[in-house]
Design a protein around this ligand. Structure first.
Ligand SMILES: Cc1ncc(COP(=O)(O)O)c(C=O)c1O
Length: 404
């Protein structure tokens, strides 16, 4: 195959300039949060497009046609009248950094396919863990595609830990006869990915017991007590409590300290779905709304909601990296890897939103190990504020990061 100059990475600067022109032209055409085109009209337009033509049209034609079309009929999360959904307008720096991450195209399924990206992921996870209130040298996690995947991972670990207590290795032997008795408790306002996860995990969506909420739309701890008593009496095995920190439709935060106490007393895995509310981890004014999150076994945080990143960008965190063991996979020809494999190095854009490394005037730093999986990794100075919720004015000019 002949490869023309400009077809691959060497053509990226020109391609990005063309994409930027396309974006500017489309922005000039917009008059509101949505074009108003009906589903029927868009279906008709889409039906006229050949997804795999014999001859490619070339970038300019593709941008002028499909590119403009996609932007013209996209919903505009930057428009003031587009506030009803959780997906945010992305930061410009994040979009640019996403393009860089795409150009480098690192894969995190093994160290050799994304060497520096692997370490950056670990630093990102450690920084988030510190914000949750965990010891970053002990906690672990991975970057995910978002809350759905993070919730699935939390419930998978909860399921395997429950089965492990009765001596069953689900990863090796599959679900045992007890699995039919496993139950997941959460509020009736928990995200639907909890029920979907139960289905994917072979437990069935009926394993999820949605509980009533109070006038502020927060799970009632007394309801939880009653439900757990009922389950005990029925011989069911409560395996996880999912607390939501930021319900999808209302933003309500379940009473984390009270739920954490119950989870501890009953030996329940506590997963906090902070896909939406996780942005509060970076708030100077509202961080206390997440008090109690540090008692969780696992946490889901999304960057593509109130942390202003393009989708899909989330993180799944565990208080102790040893809890990730059921997800470890060793293949003979490669280095150890961890599900989810084949993830891109999108954390580059997360950092582009913050000051990194921190300027000398930053608040007192805390120490953590940069690389826990690579023995003997260097110790680094860790800013308590790589990203900031926009509650405080930020200095206008920040020094450029000095990457090694
Ligand atoms: C509370 C909550 N959890 C999980 C999710 C799923 O997140 P994602 O769309 O990133 O998979 C959402 C999405 O809106 C949510 O609001």
């Amino acid at each position: 195959m002949r490869v023309d100059a400009g077809l691959f990475v060497d053509g990226v600067p020109g391609a990005l300039r063309a994409a930027a022109d396309c974006l500017a032209a489309a922005a000039g055409e917009r008059t509101g949060p949505y074009s108003g085109a009906s589903p029927e009209r868009l279906a008709k337009v889409a039906a006229g497009i050949d997804p795999f033509p014999e001859e490619g049209a070339g970038l300019d034609a593709a941008l002028a046609g499909l590119g403009r079309l996609s932007l013209r009929h996209a919903v505009d999360p930057a428009h003031p009248s587009c506030a009803a959904h959780l997906h945010c307008q992305p930061l410009a720096a994040a979009v640019a950094a996403d393009a860089l991450a795409g150009a480098a195209n690192q894969s995190l399924d093994s160290w050799d396919q994304g060497p520096v990206a692997t370490h950056l992921e670990q630093r990102l996870v450690a920084g988030l863990a510190a914000r949750v209130g965990w010891d970053p040298a002990v906690a672990g996690g991975v970057v995910t595609s978002g809350g759905t995947q993070s919730n699935l991972m939390g419930l998978l670990l909860a399921r395997d830990a429950t089965a492990g207590r009765s001596g069953r290795d689900v990863a090796a032997d599959g679900l045992g006869p007890d699995a039919g008795r496993y139950r997941i408790v959460c509020s009736e306002l928990a995200h639907f990915s909890v029920a979907r996860s139960a289905t994917l995990l072979g437990l069935g969506s009926r394993a999820v017991q949605p509980l009533g909420v109070d006038g502020d739309r927060r799970l009632r701890p007394e309801e939880l007590d009653r439900a757990l008593d009922r389950m005990d009496a029925a011989g069911q095995v409560p395996m996880a409590l999912v607390a939501t920190a930021g319900t999808t439709d209302f933003g309500s935060i379940d009473p984390l300290p009270a739920l954490a106490g119950r989870a501890r007393e009953r030996g329940l895995w506590l997963h906090v779905d902070a896909a939406w509310g996780g942005g509060l981890l970076f708030s100077d004014r509202h961080r206390d709304l997440l008090a109690g999150i540090e008692a969780a076994d696992s946490v889901a945080v999304d960057f593509h909601k109130l942390l202003w990143q393009p989708a899909g960008c989330g993180a799944f965190l565990v208080r102790d990296q040893g809890l990730l063991a059921p997800l470890e996979v060793t293949v003979p020809t490669s280095t150890p890897t961890r599900w989810p494999a084949r993830r891109t190095a999108g954390r580059c854009r997360i950092w582009s939103a913050g000051r990194w490394p921190p300027p000398a005037a930053s608040p007192p730093s805390r120490r953590c190990s940069a690389s826990r999986r690579s023995a003997g990794g260097p110790s680094v100075s860790w800013s308590t504020a790589p990203l900031r919720w926009p509650s405080r004015p930020r200095p206008r000019s920040t020094p450029s990061p000095a990457w090694p």
